[in-house]
Unconditional design. Structure first.
Length: 275
C-alpha cells in the first residue's frame, strides 16, 4: 500500500483559454478541497494566466490540439494520484465540498478507481432540471493511474475499476448567453464534421434531414425539456441545429475532397492541422 492509499491527496486540474471572467469562481470553490491546483492554459490573450498564478495555482501553457489530449496532458502534470477535474465555468458546490472533505478524512478504498458526480447547469437565468442536461452524472474524481481521456470534443473519461457516486454537485455556469451558445455550436460542429468525415460516414444528407428532428423531440419531449420553460425550448432547438450543422459541414468537406480529386479522409489517413 503506497502513501497515496493512506493519505488521500487531490490535484484539481483545469484547462483554460480566455477564461478571466469565470476562472476566479472555479478557483475559489476549490479552496479547502484540493491539495494543489494545476491550470493548463492554451495561450490565452486575456488575464487568465495572471489570475491563476495569483491564486496560487501551478500554471503551464500547452498548445491546444483537442480536448482529450489537452486534459490528458494536464492530468500528467498533477503531483497527486487523485484528480479532481473541473472546467473554468464550473464550481464545487458546498455539499460536494463537504463530501470530498469527508472522503479525504476516511480515505478511498484500495480498489476504488473513481467517483461520479452530478452536474447542475445554470442557463439563461435558471437551473436546468430536465432537457437531458440533468443530472448529467460524470466521473470527475478519479485515480490518475486508472483513467484516460478520449475524444476531440465532448471528451469522455475512460476509467478502469470500480466507481461510486458522491453527494453534492458540480455547478455548471455554461454559455454566457445565446450568442455564446451559437458561437460554440459553430466551432464545435466544425470539429465534429472533421471527425465524421474521417470515419467515412455515409448518408450525410439524410442524417442532416432526419436526425435534427429526433434530437429536438428527445430533448424537448422525452427528456421533459418543456418543463424548463424557454431555456428548455432553446436547448432542444440549438441541439437540433448543432446536429444538422455538423452533418452539413461534413457533407461540405466530403464534396470539397471530391472536387479536388482527393479521397475522403479515413481513420488510417487522417487530415492534419485539425485545430
Amino acid at each position: 500500500m503506497g502513501p497515496e492509499d493512506t493519505v488521500m491527496r487531490i490535484s484539481a486540474v483545469i484547462i483554460t483559454y480566455n477564461e478571466e471572467d469565470r476562472l476566479p469562481g472555479a478557483l475559489a470553490s476549490l479552496r479547502g478541497v484540493a491539495d494543489e491546483v494545476v491550470v493548463v492554459d492554451s495561450y490565452s490573450g486575456d488575464r487568465t494566466v495572471e489570475i491563476a498564478r495569483t491564486s496560487g495555482a501551478r500554471v503551464l501553457q500547452n498548445r491546444f490540439e483537442d480536448y482529450g489530449r489537452q486534459k490528458n496532458f494536464a492530468m500528467e502534470q498533477a503531483a497527486h494520484e487523485w484528480i479532481l477535474n473541473l472546467d473554468a465555468d464550473e464550481r464545487v458546490s458546498p455539499e460536494l465540498k463537504r463530501a470530498i472533505s469527508a472522503l479525504k478524512e476516511k480515505g478511498a478504498a484500495a480498489g476504488q478507481a473513481g467517483f461520479a458526480i452530478q452536474r447542475r447547469t445554470h442557463y439563461l437565468g435558471r437551473w436546468i432540471r430536465h432537457s437531458g442536461w440533468y443530472p448529467d452524472r460524470k466521473v470527475r474524481l478519479f485515480r490518475k493511474s486508472n483513467a484516460s481521456w478520449q475524444g476531440r470534443i465532448h471528451e469522455r473519461l475512460n476509467v478502469t475499476g470500480t466507481t461510486a457516486c458522491l453527494p453534492g454537485a458540480i455547478l455548471h455556469f455554461t454559455y454566457r448567453g445565446i450568442s455564446d451558445h451559437l458561437s460554440r455550436i459553430n466551432r464545435y460542429s466544425s470539429l465534429q464534421a472533421e471527425e465524421i468525415a474521417e470515419k467515412g460516414k455515409t448518408l450525410l444528407l439524410c442524417r442532416a434531414l432526419v436526425l435534427p428532428v429526433s434530437t429536438f423531440a428527445r430533448h424537448y419531449l422525452l427528456k421533459l425539456g418543456f418543463l424548463d420553460g424557454f431555456p428548455g425550448f432553446l436547448i432542444a432547438l440549438f441541439s437540433s441545429w448543432a446536429t444538422a450543422l455538423k452533418y452539413c459541414k461534413a457533407l461540405e468537406l466530403k464534396r470539397a475532397a471530391r472536387r479536388h480529386g482527393n479521397e475522403p479522409p479515413t481513420d488510417e489517413n487522417p487530415p492534419s492541422g485539425l485545430r
